[in-house]
Write a protein that binds this ligand. Structure first.
Ligand SMILES: NC(=O)c1ccc[n+]([C@@H]2O[C@H](COP(=O)([O-])OP(=O)(O)OC[C@H]3O[C@@H](n4cnc5c(N)ncnc54)[C@H](OP(=O)(O)O)[C@@H]3O)[C@@H](O)[C@H]2O)c1
Length: 260
């Protein structure tokens, strides 16, 4: 399918690997020029070079912490203050226990996984509205639909973002701008490796045992891939998805069992 977005410009945050990288690859395949971002410069430059080589699109790489004001400013400057497509993403908060988190832990999580995407939308969506077309996809989590006990910081911050999007998406859609959230379930990335390692330690199991247990709990019987996730993201960014507004789309292999 031709996604109809050839030549558009996208900012894809936190994208040197994992789900952000999957989104960047799928957009590049649709001939979208990219501003990529991650903190680690070497991995980011390598990702940028691989994507340029594979898809022949323009790729600008900005090594910066997207959760900092300076990092966001650097990314926005590299984009020339404008983009047609914005994919928000950042590392997730650490696991732990609800009894242990203090004010600073909550502020950090809210800053990274709620206020950062909101600030990026506030910076880029007005220009999209002026030009009459835009797409925003926020990478959130299945935790928004079904809380994950050890990820209470994530549950909290991402639910706040979801509330912001629910209201805002309806205020910008009349100008051709859609905002939606993608809710990943378990995907095969460094993040899931880290969470598996934590579970292995807590439960006294090997990594392979934890993985087998988690895979068995998924109706598809396996972890998702960044490529599958990226393809869904690119569709939401396509010209075909202009009637999909303010949605929270689970990509979880059927894990969260709800009728609706
Ligand atoms: N994978 C899953 O199963 C899953 C499930 C539900 C939700 N999620 C959420 O989806 C998001 C992406 O997860 P993932 O699995 O793709 O993680 P990942 O494989 O660890 O990749 C994270 C990417 O983001 C970059 N990054 C992290 N923090 C950053 C920051 N502050 N500023 C800029 N770049 C940053 C990393 O590069 P640097 O480290 O070099 O910055 C890397 O490129 C996370 O918020 C995660 O919690 C993932």
């Amino acid at each position: 399918m031709d996604l109809g977005i050839k030549g558009k410009r996208a900012v894809v945050c936190a994208s040197s690997r994992g789900l952000g990288r999957g989104c960047a690859e799928a957009l590049a395949e649709a001939a979208v020029d990219l501003v990529l971002n991650a903190r680690g410069a070497a991995a980011l430059q390598a990702a940028a070079a691989e994507i340029r080589e594979a898809h022949g699109v323009a790729v600008t790489a900005v090594a910066a912490d997207i959760t900092s004001e300076a990092g966001r400013a650097a990314v926005l400057e590299a984009a020339g203050g404008a983009a047609d497509i914005l994919i928000t993403n950042a590392g997730g908060p650490p696991p732990g226990s609800w009894t242990d988190w203090g004010r600073e832990d909550f502020l950090k999580a809210i800053d990274g996984n709620m206020l950062t995407p909101i600030a990026l939308m506030q910076a880029l969506v007005p220009g999209m509205m002026e030009r009459g077309w835009g797409r925003v996809v926020n990478i959130t989590s299945k935790a928004v639909k079904a809380p994950i006990g050890v990820l209470g910081l994530s549950n909290t911050a991402r639910t706040g973002l979801t509330g912001f999007v629910a209201g805002t998406a309806r205020q910008v859609a009349h100008r051709g701008v859609t905002i939606n959230n993608l809710l990943p379930g378990v995907h095969d990335t460094a993040r899931s490796d880290a969470l598996d390692a934590g579970q292995a330690e807590r439960e006294g199991l090997s990594l392979a045992e934890v993985r087998a247990k988690r895979e068995a709990a998924l109706p598809v019987g396996r972890y998702g891939t960044a490529a599958e996730f990226g393809a869904a993201c690119a569709f939401l960014c396509s010209t075909h998805a202009g009637f999909i507004v303010g949605q929270n789309i689970l990509i979880d292999g059927g894990e969260i069992a709800t009728t609706l």
